[in-house]
Design a protein around this ligand. Structure first.
Ligand code: FEO
Length: 396
């Protein structure tokens, strides 16, 4: 069997995408999965489908358990194409009695697939349906991470089917958190949060409060990507609380690119200053570091320093890409500083400062500029900047 029974009569029937390497700008260097769940009850219900090219894999998995035509309900927790790409073909084949979705899900399904004739059943937070022995309670999770997103909760099994929430882009043959290395799993979950959900952290905080207020008993969280949480449910909830509050530690990320190694030399001198202050540092050279991995390091960092030489009165394109991506994700509570070498005009630092101002960074230095190649005195000034940022991180 390629399917997995995750709870009695509830089966993972999704697809593993070993090959995907880019997810709208996110480096999915370990692939991903599109999780779909089939509940076998008096009414048979399919929770989410998969990306279009994986339709046959989904169908093969369903066939292990039942004829697809016997499915009564399709629950659409999220309309993004990685979960609905094959939905039109599945509806055509299954002819379900009902397609459940949130009010915003209904609008999103119409604007994606232009099918007024599907048997929509719109559900809101607090609504529930019976499948027979099992109940499904719905909880809208607007902007986590689309307006249509919702969770489905099955109280009889203490199971939360959480759409993109608590997911990870990681292709594995294992299905549960206790079957893989937990540290690696948490790193994938952090990367997912940093790149997909960080911008919606205020909503995530409210949702976690709502889940606590509802007193939902949860002993398993089944997301739409990656591993299913059954051993470390408390751990992932606690981590989401920390990430949603954007809690930072005494850590700095030095992000830089360089033209003729001068800005790189500045970065290394700054590193030594930070090190002297006992700060944990990640050096992220944009020539070898992907933007999504940098954002992951920024998640729990108190400070971020950006270095770029000046090119054509601006910054290097790699830095512009990085700052645009980071600004979109709205990190909060960060300390920042800019640096870079220049030949004759030197605008890169000013442009980086503009980005940091828009991100409401606490800019602790006007920014360091070095003409052409750093001198010994310049190295000392860079070292001092590292010390200054280090002390700011420690609140000194
Ligand atoms: Fe996994 Fe928002 O789609």
């Amino acid at each position: 069997m390629a399917t997995t029974e995750i709870k009695k009569n509830i089966h993972w029937v999704g697809a593993v995408d070993w090959d995907i390497r880019d997810f709208h700008g996110y480096s999915t260097n370990k692939g991903s999965t599109y999780n779909s769940y089939l509940v076998m009850d008096e009414k048979i219900a399919l929770f989410d489908t998969v990306k279009k090219p994986f339709k046959n894999e989904l169908l093969h998995h369903i066939h292990e358990l039942t004829e697809p035509e016997k499915i009564d309900y399709i629950i659409v927790n999220h309309v993004e194409m990685d979960h609905t790409g094959c939905l039109p073909e599945m509806i055509e084949l299954i002819k379900p009695e009902k397609v459940f979705c949130s009010p915003m899900g209904h609008k999103a399904l119409l604007s994606h697939f232009h099918r007024e004739d599907w048997p929509y059943e719109i559900v809101k937070s607090g609504d529930s349906i019976s499948l027979g022995r099992k109940t499904v309670q719905f909880l809208e999770t607007k902007m986590l991470h689309w307006p249509d997103s919702m969770f489905s909760y099955i109280p009889e099994d203490k199971l939360l089917i959480s759409s993109d929430g608590f997911g990870q882009h990681w292709a594995t043959s294992e299905r549960f958190d206790d079957e893989v290395n937990m540290n690696e799993l948490m790193a994938h979950a952090a990367k997912y949060y940093a790149n997909i959900l960080l911008i919606f952290s205020p909503n995530a905080r409210k949702l976690l409060e709502k889940v606590a207020e509802l007193g939902l008993e949860i002993d398993m969280i089944a997301p739409d990507h990656g591993l299913i949480w059954r051993k470390n449910v408390a751990g992932i909830l606690e981590s989401y609380g920390r990430w949603a509050r954007q809690e930072a530690r005494e850590k700095a990320v030095v992000v830089f690119d360089t033209m003729w190694h001068s800005t790189e030399k500045m970065a290394k001198a700054i590193y030594k200053g930070l090190l002297k202050e006992g700060i944990s540092i990640k050096m992220m050279d944009l020539q070898v570091s992907h933007r999504s991995d940098i954002v992951t390091e920024v998640l729990d960092a108190r400070a971020v320093l950006f270095g770029s030489p000046t090119l054509n009165n601006g910054m290097l394109p790699t830095m512009a890409d990085m700052l645009t991506y980071l600004k979109g994700l709205r990190p909060t509570g960060k300390i920042g500083a800019a640096f870079g070498s220049f030949g004759w005009s030197g605008e890169a630092v000013k442009h980086i400062n503009n980005y940091m101002e828009k991100m409401k960074f606490d800019i602790v230095d006007p920014g360091l500029k070095v003409k052409n190649v750093p001198t010994h005195e310049d190295y000392q000034v860079c070292f001092d900047l590292g010390v200054k940022v280090g002390k700011a991180i420690k609140g000194e």
